[in-house]
Design a protein around this ligand. Structure first.
Ligand code: TLP
Length: 343
């Protein structure tokens, strides 16, 4: 069956243009710094995010881990949101592999961290306590509903952190979605922070890879950490070639996914018993109210039989993700499948 796969934007396959560029990519040994296509991708990523340098990594998880290990030493503390991807879904890597202590602050409904909470969580110079080193933001915020942070908030939080001697890392897995949704240059969201990781392999359609960007000195350290984690790749230009198209072309069309997310949310809202959050970007979250006698798992099996794949994120909660390979017909098929399952 031809599935409408709304489980994630990570399911996106490369475009025909990407496959052609991958086949023709000029490559070299990237551990020697000799892969011209990787170098071009890194220069492009640095330039787009307003940073001095960048490093190609295998995944978003590796990018965040590499960044946090480069910012912090063993026993240091990093502030993360209690709904952040780093805290919830990265296998506890920062503590397991880095000996880094996490301090979880309550994410506000829009995914931000309240400055008052940050201030209250900064450790004092007391030998009993870990040393506060870093604050992590997430933009767009996945589990807060694909919400975006504004340039003003980002600047305010970064200034606040810097005045107190702390660094800021941005999990910008979908930061191009955050920029597109606000009609701003992505730099406005990345320049204020010390480091940013963004993913090529989600809504931007590349098959593999993320990029970590920051100062030259930070990337020099991150390079060593990446090697330590086994992330030094060789002829990675084959992957980077798709990444260049992801940044140059695919980042420009994300507004289409956001418009379809609204279309999908509006369609689902018509179905009695579904409580649909207003999407800000490409993620649509909704819940089943008590009038529906099925669990999310049961509903998901039902819609699957109609060719629609949905992400179950709670006993009565779903996430549907719009991306390049979902067109208007896909949105219609999804709405029809949920009508048939619960309507
Ligand atoms: N998110 C995936 C799942 O792991 C949940 C998804 O389907 O959304 N930061 C954020 C904000 C993410 O959403 C993700 C992936 C990552 C980091 C990790 O990226 P990868 O999967 O490349 O390691």
């Amino acid at each position: 069956m031809d599935f409408v796969d709304l489980r994630s934007d990570t399911v996106t396959k490369p475009t025909p243009e990407m496959r052609a560029a991958m086949a023709q990519a000029e490559v070299g040994d990237d551990v020697y710094g000799e892969d011209p296509t990787v170098n071009r991708l890194q220069e492009l990523a640095a330039e787009r995010t307003g940073k001095e340098a960048a490093l190609f990594v295998s995944s978003g998880t590796m990018g965040n881990l590499t960044a946090i290990l480069a910012h912090c030493g063993r026993g240091d503390e990093v502030m993360v949101g209690n709904k952040s991807h780093i805290f919830l879904f990265e296998a506890g890597g920062i503590s397991a592999l880095g000996g880094i202590h996490s301090r979880q602050l309550t994410n506000q409904p829009d995914g931000s961290l309240a400055l008052a909470d940050v201030e209250a969580a900064i450790r004092s110079d007391d030998p009993h306590e870990p040393v506060t080193r870093l604050i992590c933001l997430e933009n767009t915020h996945n589990y807060c509903g694909g919400t975006f942070q504004t340039p003003e908030y980002t600047r305010q939080l970064a200034d606040f952190a810097h005045e107190r001697g702390l660094a800021v890392h941005l999990d910008g897995a979908r930061v191009f979605n955050a920029a597109a949704a606000q009609g701003v240059d992505v730099r406005q969201l990345t320049e204020p922070v010390d480091s940013v990781m963004f993913c090529l392999s989600k809504g931007l359609c590349a098959p593999v890879g993320s990029v970590l960007c920051g100062s030259k000195e930070f990337i020099r350290q991150a390079h060593r950490v990446r090697k330590m984690l086994g992330g030094g790749m060789r002829q990675a230009g084959i992957l980077a070639a798709a990444g260049i198209i992801a940044i140059e072309k695919m980042s420009l069309r994300l507004g289409e996914d956001h418009a379809r997310a609204k279309q999908l949310a509006n369609g689902l809202k018509q179905i009695p018993g579904l409580v649909v959050d207003e999407p800000e970007t490409n993620l649509v979250f909704f819940s089943l109210d008590e009038s529906i006698p099925y669990s999310a798992e049961e509903v998901s099996k039902h819609v699957r039989r109609r060719g629609v794949l949905a992400d179950v994120v709670g006993p009565r909660r779903f996430r549907l993700v719009l991306h390049y390979w979902i067109d208007d017909l896909g949105v219609e098929r999804a709405v029809e499948a949920f009508w048939a399952a619960v309507g």
